[in-house]
Design a protein. Structure first.
Length: 202
């Protein structure tokens, strides 16, 4: 685990967020008093930038659909957000904010497939499976008739929704509502992810 200099404390305003890029990874920093919290940059529900969200107490509200997350744990605390947000360890030293990034940017999945499946079915998802994509696969813009919640467990992928592209590595997750146009691109080693689907009610 490497500590990377991410920002100056003076650049963070109390009660506000700041978006930064650390070793190619987009991160949101939040200052609450003398404490700083770091999370993945994008909401796990609507892919909006959380640094533009509203902070109340130790929670941030997504600016797009008003889902909320606890900045201390990453837990989703208000619908429509259901999938936790990934957090990063923070250290403040010499007036700088340092983030702990796993070596090589790799992040290890903390769940087993059975745990992922159980949690997804408890939230009303009807189908849970593992998908594997070959190296270099590109899928142009398309939609699905079902809602999706997924977690990357091996390799890497790029997910584009509207004007936003996310680089997803092991441990990262994403959600998509039904009929949301999106495109996918997979890295040089392909990718494996677990995906839960919720079909439309008959």
């Amino acid at each position: 685990m490497n500590w990377i200099d991410a920002a100056a404390m003076e650049d963070l305003w109390d009660g506000a967020g700041l978006g930064v890029t650390v070793q190619g990874r987009e991160v949101a920093l939040f200052r609450i008093g003398d404490a700083v919290f770091a999370t993945d940059a994008f909401c796990t529900h609507g892919q909006a930038r959380l640094c533009e969200g509203f902070i109340e107490g130790h929670e941030v509200e997504c600016p797009l659909h008003q889902g909320r997350f606890d900045l201390r744990s990453g837990a989703a605390t208000c619908a429509p957000a259901t999938q936790a947000l990934k957090t990063l360890p923070v250290r403040i030293d010499g007036g700088r904010v340092w983030l702990a990034i796993d070596a090589g940017g790799a992040k290890v999945s903390e769940l087993s497939f059975s745990e992922f499946e159980s949690a997804a079915r408890a939230r009303g998802f009807t189908e849970v499976l593992e998908r594997q994509w070959a190296a270099g696969t590109v899928i142009d813009t398309h939609t699905h008739a079902f809602a999706v919640e997924a977690r990357v467990v091996q390799g890497e992928m790029w997910l584009t929704v509207g004007d936003t592209t996310r680089h997803l590595q092991p441990g990262d997750g994403f959600t998509l509502d039904r009929e949301v146009p999106h495109a996918e691109r997979y890295g040089g080693e392909g990718a494996t992810f677990w995906v839960a689907r919720r079909n439309a009610a008959p």
